[in-house]
Design a protein around this ligand. Structure first.
Ligand code: ZN
Length: 120
């Protein structure tokens, strides 16, 4: 796997910063969705049950966003230590294509597959 160029590193670092802000904002905003469902609000064809289901979806999304935010913060710390782009497991280059799709990826594709195989 090819080592990242400075330009690619800078690009991915910026992507991480953008994602960080995005998720931070999302977690801030969706606190509204976690409020108890109000019966006074016109919810159209949505039953109260549907509204509650939607609410638990919002909460699940928040958990996913929180997990991703943690990974992004870990990736930003690796940037500072100049370890970004290296697999935290085997220290091989993760590769630009993979990082472009998922800038916070802590593992190379091999280690990721091994982890998924062992956890499943
Ligand atoms: Zn690896």
């Amino acid at each position: 796997m090819q080592e990242l160029t400075d330009r690619q590193k800078a690009e991915l670092h910026q992507a991480l910063l953008d994602l960080h802000i995005e998720l931070y904002t999302l977690l801030d905003d969706s606190s509204d969705g976690a409020r108890p469902v109000s019966l006074d609000q016109p919810i159209g064809r949505l039953s109260r049950m549907d509204a509650m289901q939607q609410q638990s979806m919002v909460q699940a999304n928040r958990r996913t966003a929180q997990t991703r935010l943690n990974r992004i913060e870990a990736a930003l710390r690796r940037c500072k230590k100049d370890e970004y782009g290296l697999c935290v497991e085997c220290e091989e280059d993760i590769g630009y294509a993979r990082l472009k799709a998922q800038p916070e990826a802590p593992f190379c594709i091999d280690c990721q597959n091994k982890r998924e195989a062992s956890s499943g």
